[in-house]
Design a protein around this ligand. Structure first.
Ligand code: SAM
Length: 295
């Protein structure tokens, strides 16, 4: 394919030629603006030897530019068989490894082993299907696979939640998880007009740079994330109540109260006011004292 796919004319022609009607339920909003594609690729900062994973290539508007830029492999994971058919015909490039699968079914550590990606520099780049943005990102982060950075097109509101700091309505479990594993930065706000069909929302290009070392020390990562869940599931409650009433944890109210007091938190403070360091400190103290009680 020599012509740029990311134009309204070429995209419409490919869809007409293959008699494809785009599916709303698969989040198929295709990019038709080459400048935005270039922005995504530039923000990703492709270097020699990079291996790239693209989620949801569609008819290949971003794939095409990525293939021009990389010298490693491009693993493109697509659920819709119709798109896989188009990509197979449009691209004859050995660097492109097409994978016809639901991305949510992928076991990432296995995937990295199978494709010999463990000791390579890997970047994940995608215009994500918005209906599963959070599960895709959380599965990748929690798998702790060695990805150097992620560049995603996501709904603007979701990007704002990922970078949110304590105090506002956007701050929640997603902010904590993303900021524990990575340094997130919104790089560009994108209007609906650069997609076919146009989504109802604004979008944002976000870059997540993975930390080599976690920004906070955790005694137990699983326990920390249970605390995070407890805090934000009942975010209107004060910290003492949200923690001691969290169904998933069965924490002793006296122990929680003592920990909060010893860390100098004000009576009645809500969990949503705490930053990542403070939540980590609190989770670590409760975890240690629970251990002391058992032993
Ligand atoms: N990359 C193309 C572009 O920028 O124009 C298409 C992006 S479109 C927003 C999202 C793509 O993800 C679609 O091609 C859709 O078929 C694919 N997709 C949706 N759900 C998926 C899933 N569960 N697993 C893999 N791909 C999926």
């Amino acid at each position: 394919m020599n012509k740029k796919i990311a134009t309204p004319t070429v995209t419409r022609k490919i869809l007409a030629d293959y008699q494809i009607k785009l599916s709303k339920s698969l989040g198929q909003n295709f990019l038709i603006d080459g400048n935005i594609i270039d922005k995504i690729v530039n923000i990703a900062g492709i270097e020699q030897g990079d291996q790239v994973i693209e989620i949801g290539p569609g008819i290949g508007s971003l794939t095409q530019v990525l293939l021009e830029k990389i010298d490693g492999s491009l693993f493109a994971i697509e659920k819709d068989a119709r798109m896989v058919g188009v990509l197979e015909e449009l691209f004859q490039d050995e660097k492109l490894k097409l994978i016809h699968r639901d991305v949510l079914d992928i076991n990432w550590p296995e995937f990295f082993n199978q494709h010999d990606l463990i000791n390579k520099r890997v970047k994940v780049i995608a215009n994500l299907p918005y209906y599963i943005t959070t599960p895709i990102i959380m599965a990748l982060l929690e798998a702790r696979v060695p990805v150097q950075s992620y560049v995603f097109m996501v709904q603007k509101e979701v990007a704002e939640r990922m970078v949110a700091k304590p105090g506002g309505k956007d701050y929640g479990a997603l902010s904590i998880a993303v900021q524990y594993y990575t340094r997130p930065e919104i790089a560009h706000i994108v209007p609906p007009t650069v997609f076919i069909p146009q989504p109802d929302v604004y979008s944002a290009i976000i870059k997540l740079e993975t930390y080599k070392e976690a920004p906070v020390h955790l005694e137990d990562e699983g326990f920390f994330f249970q605390i995070v869940q407890a805090i934000f599931q009942q975010r209107r409650k004060n910290l003492k109540n949200s923690l001691s009433k969290a169904a998933n944890m069965k924490l002793d109210k006296g122990l929680v109260e003592k920990c909060l007091k010893d860390l100098g938190f004000k009576e009645g403070i809500r969990g949503e006011a705490l930053n990542l360091d403070q939540i980590a400190e609190l989770a670590n103290l409760i975890y240690k004292r629970m251990g002391d009680k058992v032993n």
